[in-house]
Design a binder for this molecule. Structure first.
Ligand SMILES: C[S@@+](CC[C@H](N)C(=O)[O-])C[C@H]1O[C@@H](n2cnc3c(N)ncnc32)[C@H](O)[C@@H]1O
Length: 407
């Protein structure tokens, strides 16, 4: 099983996954191999990704078997939109709608309100004007499937022409000279993005349910053994100090018409609220069982006490997630994990997860390590006690089988 996972020559620019940027996405052919290998081994009727992000695994599952049930969850409304668009694709009238959009972009149609807090900090005034024109045109597209595709294609354009640096997923302002030197080709770039990419969205999948919420709220509502395969890459630490998926998404979320987003109502309270509501993000005291504490002790003993709370809060959520995941999974769990460093101590998420799953009656099928060839997060992320701290540059793939399926 899983004979090749390196895919060193895989270029996501050639498929649908390269049509949008999202942090820490999984490598599509690796996920495809996992799913197809498991499908050969066992009848898989349903696939669940509890942290679907940009929908890599769910899309690959849907391509492998159109009839299977696809279920996902993510707290980030941008992840929800991205995955929805990848799965449902575009309507057959997409070329007519592209023509209509281009027509509206060259005329002066109805103007809709477009403003958000600190808008001109993150977008130059003329860039706002160009984005507004595109936004006004998209709102006028009546076909929802195509309209959502048009929003999707706008996300990378917003980021590219914004005042935030491309070297980090955080919102981090560029130097003033760099902001002044941005060439405003917003409309032209957008038109070529939709023209060049629309054909990648011709596969339509409808047998899917995406939950836009906190996975810890969703899991207790799901029936036991609901999914044959659960496949995901969970966050490997709190978003604020690992990958800020929420902050990364805010400029796009503020630009997309709210009517076209799945929202719970709190998402725009501030720029970091999605991150602080994500796994391990809520500030509180954690309460872990003695067994859970025993898994963390080897790491905590080397970490400064002031940093314990951050680790404990994350793992309280993470173990709750694993408890729920084991309950709702009928046959297989496939995880892509990374280890993170706190206080120069690498926290072995893989080993902690392995031990935990084994107590939940899941047996190891495969463990594999994959080097991450290209990374936006710099290999050295911060300085602790004046020494550089390296960030994750390997990912670990773990496939587990529920014990009662073992012959
Ligand atoms: C590693 S990313 C998943 C990337 C995805 N596998 C892909 O290929 O794009 C982790 C995701 O978990 C989501 N997330 C974090 N905490 C969450 C929570 N409590 N409930 C639901 N989703 C959460 C983040 O918004 C992010 O999209």
């Amino acid at each position: 099983m899983l004979s090749d996972i390196s895919f060193k020559n895989y270029k996501k620019s050639e498929d649908i996954h390269g049509t949008i940027l999202y942090p820490a996405i999984m490598v599509a052919p690796v996920q495809k191999n996992i799913i197809s290998d498991l499908m050969r081994r066992e009848d898989i009727q349903s696939v669940f990704d509890p942290f679907h992000g940009s929908g890599t695994a769910l899309y690959e599952a849907a391509q492998l078997a159109h009839e299977i049930q696809i279920v996902g969850c993510d707290i980030n409304p941008l992840a929800n939109l991205i995955t929805k668009v990848k799965l449902q694709g575009v309507d057959q009238n997409i070329r007519e709608d592209i023509l209509q959009l281009k027509d509206m972009l060259s005329s002066h149609g109805k103007k809709y309100n477009y403003t958000f807090p600190n808008m001109y900090k993150w977008l130059r005034e003329d860039i706002v004007a160009s984005l507004s024109r595109i936004r006004d045109a998209i709102i006028e597209i009546s076909n929802e499937q195509n309209r959502l595709f048009f929003w999707y294609m706008l996300c990378d354009i917003i980021r590219k022409y914004s005042n935030t640096r491309s070297s980090t997923y955080k919102l981090h302002i560029k130097e003033i000279e760099k902001i002044q030197s941005i060439d405003n080709d917003v409309v032209k770039s957008y038109i070529s993005a939709i023209d060049n990419n629309a054909d990648k969205f011709k596969h339509n999948t409808w047998n899917f349910t995406l939950h836009k919420c906190d996975i810890l709220d969703l899991l207790p509502k799901l029936n036991a053994a609901s999914f044959d395969l659960s496949i995901t890459s969970p966050p490997y630490g709190d978003n604020a100090t690992t990958v800020p998926y929420g902050q990364f998404s805010m400029l796009a979320l503020h630009t997309i018409d709210k009517k076209d987003l799945e929202l719970e109502g709190w998402e725009f309270e501030n720029y970091s609220i999605i991150d602080s509501k994500s796994l391990g993000g809520k500030k509180r005291n954690a309460n872990l069982s003695p067994y859970q504490m025993s898994l963390l002790e080897p790491f905590l003993s080397k970490i400064a006490p002031a940093k314990h709370r951050k680790v404990l809060v994350f793992f309280e959520d993470y173990f709750k997630f694993l408890d729920g995941l084991c309950r709702v999974t009928k046959k297989y769990i496939a995880l892509t994990l990374g280890n993170r460093t706190v206080d120069r101590v690498s926290i072995n998420l893989t080993d902690i997860t392995k031990q935990y799953l084994e107590t939940k009656k899941f047996q190891k099928l495969v463990h594999a390590t994959r080097e991450i060839p290209i990374k936006r997060t710099p290999k050295v992320t911060s300085l602790v006690y004046e020494k550089p701290v390296s960030s994750m540059n390997h990912e670990f793939i773990m496939i587990y089988e529920k014990e009662r399926f073992v012959a």
